[in-house]
Design a protein around this ligand. Structure first.
Ligand SMILES: NC(=O)C1=CN([C@@H]2O[C@H](COP(=O)(O)OP(=O)(O)OC[C@H]3O[C@@H](n4cnc5c(N)ncnc54)[C@H](OP(=O)(O)O)[C@@H]3O)[C@@H](O)[C@H]2O)C=CC1
Ligand SMILES: CC(C)CCC[C@@H](C)[C@H]1CC[C@H]2C3=C(CC[C@]12C)[C@@]1(C)CCC(=O)C[C@@H]1CC3
Length: 345
């Protein structure tokens, strides 16, 4: 039976590399690239079909940071497919990043150097802002849009006698200290990216608790440090060019510098062939690359607890209600406006 796999943020970086790897693994696959940028999505599809002629690759417009787009994309998915085996929740942003150079040099000459390079702890801040739905953009894109998508797709994902899988692209930058259960959207802090990734770790745990008995299994991955559009946005390009040889050198000392999207997609690809029974709901699956360039996946325990994940889950359900009712109000207003224009004409 052909598997249906949907990947969000599939037009570049880790998402696109994952699609390449999945098509190499399973030629029968029906792959759906869910992307917000249609032009880039078409280019990605063309590239995939060049290396895998005859493959079944569909496109779907999805801006995961927009409630309206998520709701209409979900309708489209339910109309197109009668099953969804894998949903890769991969799209992500890190807007306006800034590196704390002083913290970098302090860390560089300390015992914390390896951890600093692996997790960017204390190094990175971002500036976030509310989007047109009134949600913080990083939270909306990296977490809430995906949550809403899962909720909308439950009829496909939770089918009796059939297991479906969620696979999150989290990060080594996900830190409990950056997340506040009182401020789940991270309105007040300067580490919305770290907070949103920690939130995905919490949500995955809660989803497993609530949905495993309905055949839905969630896992969290960490791709390591990968050179993609997201990372290239952190430093000016001349600086990346300057430090690139150093980055390849550091790779000898830390296996988390996976660097290429192909390597970064290792754990995401590894999970594709794992049976649901073998998954650990509290584990993060890390893509790692040895100094000799060999890829492997390692499981490490996440710093998450049941109580916090449960509170977080109920807060998300509450927010979902608010967001849905706002959206229906908007739809009603739009309809009324259209009727008004129609009558006026
Ligand atoms: N690179 C790294 O070192 C690491 C990355 N990650 C995570 O990996 C994931 C993939 O990022 P990466 O490949 O590095 O970076 P890229 O910028 O190459 O890929 C990000 C993808 O997400 C898409 N995207 C962003 N916002 C939206 C949106 N609102 N709706 C739909 N798609 C969207 C982008 O599409 P578009 O072309 O439209 O912008 C793009 O396809 C992210 O979740 C990131 O946080 C985690 C750890 C490390
Ligand atoms: C100032 C310079 C000479 C050197 C700066 C190096 C940093 C830019 C990088 C060191 C650790 C990196 C890292 C990430 C981004 C780039 C670094 C901060 C991530 C935060 C990228 C996105 C992730 O999800 C995790 C990465 C962890 C490590």
């Amino acid at each position: 039976m052909e598997k249906v796999v949907l990947v969000t943020g599939a037009n570049s970086g880790i998402g696109l590399a994952l699609c390449e790897r999945l098509l190499t693994e399973d030629r029968q696959l029906r792959l759906c690239l869910a992307c917000r940028n249609t032009q880039r999505a078409e280019a990605a599809r063309a590239a995939l079909l060049t290396s895998h002629s005859g493959a079944r690759v569909d496109l779907l417009h999805l801006d995961v940071g927009s409630v309206l787009s998520v709701l209409s994309a979900a309708q489209e998915i339910k109309a197109r497919y009668n099953r969804l085996d894998f949903l890769y929740l991969n799209a992500g942003i890190m807007p306006n990043p800034a590196v704390d150079i002083r913290a970098f040099f302090t860390g560089f000459f300390s015992r914390n150097i390896i951890n600093m390079f692996a997790t960017a702890e204390g190094l990175l801040t971002q500036q976030d802002r509310p989007n047109s739905d009134g949600l913080q953009e990083v939270f909306a894109t990296n977490l809430f849009g995906h949550f809403l998508l899962i909720r909308e797709l439950e009829p496909l994902l939770c089918q009796p006698g059939h297991a479906s899988r969620l696979i999150w692209t989290s990060s080594s930058n996900a830190r409990r200290s950056a997340f506040s259960i009182e401020d789940i959207q991270h309105r007040k802090g300067k580490e919305p990216y770290s907070s949103s990734k920690y939130a995905s770790d919490l949500l995955s745990l809660a989803l497993n608790r609530h949905k495993n008995n309905q055949g839905l299994f969630s896992s969290v991955t960490c791709p390591g440090l990968v050179m993609t559009n997201l990372t290239y946005g952190i430093l000016p390009s001349f600086l990346w060019t300057l430090i690139m040889p150093i980055m390849w050198l550091i790779r000898i000392f830390t296996n988390t510098f996976t660097l290429t999207p192909y390597n970064g997609a290792e754990a995401l690809h590894h999970l594709f062939s794992q049976k649901p029974e073998s998954l650990d709901p509290r584990a993060k699956y890390h893509s790692l690359t040895s100094g000799f360039g060999n890829n492997y996946t390692e499981t490490r325990q996440m710093d998450v607890d049941d109580e916090m994940s449960e509170v977080f889950f109920s807060k998300l359900l509450q927010l979902e209600k608010v967001v849905r009712s706002k959206q229906s109000q908007r739809n009603a207003e739009d309809k009324a406006n259209q009727q008004y224009v129609h009558h006026a004409e």
